[in-house]
Ligand binder design. Sequence first.
Ligand code: SF4
Length: 250
Amino acid sequence: MTVREDLDEAGVQNLSQDFEGRDAEYIIKWTLERFGSRASICTSFQAEGMVILDIASRIEPGVRVFTIDTGRMPKETHELIDRVRDRYGIRIDVHYPDFGELTQFVSKHGANPFYRSQSLRMLCCETRKVVPLNKALLGLDAWITGVRRSHTANRSGAGKVERDDAHGGILKINPLADWTEDQVWEYIRVNDVPYNALYDQGFTSIGCAPCTRPTQPGEDARAGRWWWEDDSVPKECGIHLLPQPRTTSS
Ligand code: SF4
């Protein structure tokens, strides 16, 4: 039985209420036991993703992990991916943009069209991130992400589990939804988890190289993403743009 047949809207709501009182380890363990190889961690190797990967690999050393390589990632992220392979001995599935679509996009709009308009920025994110993500999720029943509620206003309603109707009703699992940034870094420090070297250069959120800058003290953690855009525009690429509303009262 697939998750679509097994967990209807009410079932996911019940699960969401239960998960509110559970810690990240419980939720990741539940997901891996329930779905096995039909569940995968989706990570861009930011701090939250590294926490999830560390917890999950202790529970299931063969845990599935995938990432989207947009073709514009900083070299520090590629270096971290190599370190992660060495440290955890895991396979990381790397998904790339469709070559034909990317060729068409760059031929028409140029290499860096994102600075010219928000619509071109969203189109670049769509081509380089969202479309490959959609393909990566095919065949999965659950994906595990590092979304936290305090990341952005757009994410403040994220549940620890959501029915992801944009991807066929599979489950989107956000085990760190209620974690603070301090908790993330405490976990990394205590467990000596590898992290992206750009954090030591003032970056507080890390995406594609041309669209990410370091932040200043007091700035929002995601202020360095697409910093040239109006603040009213969500600092999102589209992958996590429309989380389901949280279904519990806490
Ligand atoms: S973050 Fe920038 S370079 Fe990366 S996909 Fe989005 S617009 Fe393109």
